[in-house]
Write a protein that binds this ligand. Structure first.
Ligand SMILES: [Zn+2]
Length: 303
């Protein structure tokens, strides 16, 4: 758990202990802020029969029936609503209100988590308003969003809002080092962590570059275009390769289709190109990017 979430855990724990937890909680934060970590913790604590009190922060016991069912993702009194990649429709929100109408199967409370709440359609948001207006003692609804500004103000006003603001700069670096994460890799992620748009651009770039590495030649010009267009992309090339290495060593989930040696060779041509590129003019940079992509194809095909 990121330490910057502790203050929110502390506050929520106090509210739970005083039986004053609001019925609708809206967790807002950029990608990487820890929204899922916080909401998963909250939902587990709410369902646990006897949460431990650890320095005023509640912790699920992990041994009661609800905790065990939560772990195997078969806990019947929790509903997850996610978007299908685009939006959350009115039917999904109605499903939540029907779920809340039924009695809890295991006992004390029922929880619903709405992921990417900003992707609700207008009718879904209006349906949710009705549910929020008729709270029931034992029902809790948690909404997660990275774009609170696009939510209906009437929804925001009915929720207890938690704004997760991860530390930036040196404070973030110290935080990551403390939690044993590689500061080299994570220092390069600062802007992705603190800026949603940069993060989105990184995700887009990463997808095209990985498709290119997997032999999708149609992605060649797309990657080249992005490299020429966005100064961050050069750094992102290294970041994608580091992520692939981590997948290779099973430090990250996912399957890398390239072997260790190929990943390492590509990483090396990228780092030496990066050094060289710093001294080049824009026109020469375009050539250098083209050469870099050709070198990468050579490494992949030579294997
Ligand atoms: Zn438990």
């Amino acid at each position: 758990m990121h330490t910057w979430l502790n203050q929110h855990q502390l506050l929520l724990s106090q509210q739970i202990l005083k039986v004053k937890l609001p019925h609708a909680i809206l967790i807002n934060g950029v990608s990487g802020a820890g929204k899922s970590e916080l909401s998963n913790w909250l939902i587990k604590v709410l369902s646990c029969n006897s949460p431990a009190n650890n320095q005023s922060i509640l912790t699920p016991c992990m041994s009661c029936k609800p905790c065990l069912l939560q772990q195997s993702r078969t806990y019947p009194d929790h509903l997850l609503i996610d978007n299908d990649g685009k939006s959350i429709g009115v039917d999904q929100v109605r499903q939540a209100s029907r779920f809340f109408e039924k009695t809890a199967q295991l006992g004390h409370c029922k929880t619903t988590l709405i992921n990417a709440a900003h992707t609700m359609t207008v009718s879904a948001a209006n349906a949710l308003l009705k549910t929020l207006e008729e709270p029931n003692d034992n029902n809790f609804i948690v909404l997660q969003t990275s774009e609170i500004d696009t939510l209906l103000p009437t929804i925001i006003s009915r929720c207890f809002v938690i704004d997760i603001r991860p530390p930036v700069g040196d404070a973030l670096l110290a935080e990551l080092q403390q939690s044993g994460q590689d500061p080299f890799v994570n220092l390069s992620q600062l802007s992705e962590l603190s800026n949603a748009e940069t993060n989105e651009n990184y995700q887009t770039f990463s997808k095209s570059f990985i498709a290119f590495l997997q032999g999708n030649s149609a992605k060649h010009s797309e990657v080249l275009h992005q490299l020429n267009d966005n100064t961050e992309c050069l750094r992102w090339l290294e970041k994608v390769m580091v992520a692939l290495m981590r997948q290779q060593y099973k430090w990250l989930p996912g399957e890398s289709q390239l072997n260790e040696e190929v990943i390492w060779s590509i990483y090396q041509v990228i780092t030496s190109a990066t050094k060289q590129l710093k001294t080049l003019t824009q026109v020469n940079k375009q050539f250098a990017f083209e050469k870099l992509l050709v070198d990468i194809i050579d490494i992949i095909q030579g294997n």
